[in-house]
Design a protein around this ligand. Structure first.
Ligand code: LLP
Length: 427
């Protein structure tokens, strides 16, 4: 795979969009559209940037694979030295298949089933991040049945106010469903101390996603440190400080780029003070800018004074614009220099099916290709086959080479799990 360090993984060259050294139209010819395209060099570069901001700190970057669980991305990050953060049995299975093993994995999530807890115990993960007293009781039982003592991180809701791009991605404020409420944490830790098959070795938080400033990290960490001191004093063998994900990317000019240096300083102070190993769980930061969604223009039309550009990618392929009102830059693969004001919409039968509303975009015609930028995170993983639309293909690029790493779904795939002859039983 390519080793080149790029500042711009997707750039216009001689009038056409390239991913690294591969022309986007060559990818569309080979793989069709819509297709997600990922740059190996971009992911490498993000890993390197974060890792060097944390230099000198005992740490591990556990990539949050919910952002993009593609096997090629996972293998790349594993080669770079990352671990993973998983939130379901399905993600655990994916991580294991990509070659991650026990100590590489932290397992989080607010609603783990008994089966998922058994899978986490069997995989001997580094930490099961527990989000409630009831989950702790169940985990202790599951661990006892397996004859194991399980390392537990207590996911604390530090109850900090977070300014987010969208309230759906804020997680660490008072009353959110995530984590153990800060004032209940001591009690849950005491419960854990009295259990034979769990051992609290970590404290964990995740205050939100696309965090515009470091303030929520700073405030959350202050609370975690306060708690860590208390728990240490009562004998808890705390080893890991898991600060969650949330590092932002600049989707549009109004978004902040992450202050990585400041982040490093903050972590250094917090972890240094406690002598704990830091775990970071970045998802979006690692992959968002390393991906585009390639789509082809189908039609143009006007209706009631609005101009529409209808493309072959819809909300089923890329949900972020519709679900979070997220801004994603959209450009023509071969811009002709002029722009129009239009809505860029998909083929799905929903008014909420759009990629951009009332936006000045390149003046494209049917048959032209467009790229939706910043689509490497929370893109393909959130896609569905709604409206009978097979899910998109995924392509990985490394230097001058590219490969289809996930084939486009077929109509047969869409119906594969339907039973021709269902087994009806009497209740
Ligand atoms: N750790 C935990 C416990 C999380 O819940 C999340 C994300 C992460 C790490 C990674 O966060 P990141 O570094 O990517 O901000 N679908 C939404 C984002 C949902 C994030 C959920 N949790 C979106 O498209 O914006």
């Amino acid at each position: 795979m390519g080793q080149g360090v790029l500042t711009e993984p997707f750039a216009q060259r001689d009038g056409a969009l390239f991913c690294e050294d591969v022309p986007a139209d060559a990818i569309a010819r080979a793989a069709g559209t819509p297709t997600f395209v990922y740059s190996t060099a971009a992911v490498r570069e993000q890993y390197r940037r974060l890792d060097s901001a944390l230099e000198g700190i005992p740490r591990r970057i556990h990539y949050s694979l919910k952002a993009n669980a593609n096997r090629a991305i996972l293998s790349l990050l594993r080669e770079l030295g990352a671990g993973v953060d998983v939130v379901s049995g399905g993600e655990l299975a994916r991580a294991l298949r990509a070659g991650f093993t026990g100590d590489d994995i932290v397992f989080g999530g607010v609603g783990k089933t008994a089966a998922e807890l058994r899978e986490a115990v069997a995989a001997q993960v580094k930490l099961v991040n527990v989000e409630s007293a009831a989950e702790l009781v169940l985990l202790d039982e599951v661990a006892r049945a397996a004859g194991a003592v399980v390392p537990v991180g207590l996911r604390i809701n530090p109850e900090v106010q977070v300014e987010n791009a969208h309230h759906y991605i804020a997680t660490g404020a008072r009353g959110h469903k995530f984590g153990i409420p800060f004032d209940a944490a001591g009690e849950v830790a005491r419960m854990a101390a009295a259990m034979a098959n769990v051992r609290v070795t970590g404290l964990d938080m995740h205050v939100g996603s696309q965090l515009a400033t470091l303030a929520p990290y700073r405030e959350g960490l202050a609370r975690l440190i306060e708690l860590a001191r208390e728990l240490r004093a009562s004998g808890a063998p705390l080893r890991y400080l898991d600060v969650g994900g949330g590092l932002p990317v600049a989707y549009g000019s109004a978004d902040a780029s992450p202050d990585l240096r400041g982040f490093g300083v903050l972590i250094r102070e917090a972890a240094g003070e406690l002598g704990m190993e830091t775990i970071v769980e970045p998802g979006r930061f690692m992959v968002a800018d390393g991906g585009i969604l390639l789509t082809r223009v189908l039609y143009r039309k006007e209706s009631g004074g609005r101009r529409y550009i209808i493309v072959d990618a819809g909300m089923n392929d890329f949900l972020r614009p519709s679900h979070y009102s997220a801004y994603h830059r959209i450009s023509a693969v071969r811009p002709n220099g002029s722009v129009v004001r239009a809505d860029v919409v998909g083929p799905v039968c929903e008014t909420g099916d759009f990629l951009a509303l009332d936006r000045e975009v390149d003046d494209v015609q049917p048959g032209d290709l467009m790229a939706v930028h910043g689509a490497g995170a929370y893109g393909f993983v959130m896609s569905s086959s709604y409206n009978g639309r097979p899910r998109a293909a995924e392509v990985m690029v490394a230097g001058r080479s590219f490969a289809v790493v996930t084939a486009r779904e077929t109509y047969d795939d869409l119906m594969r799990l339907e039973l021709e002859d269902p087994d009806w039983r009497d209740a």
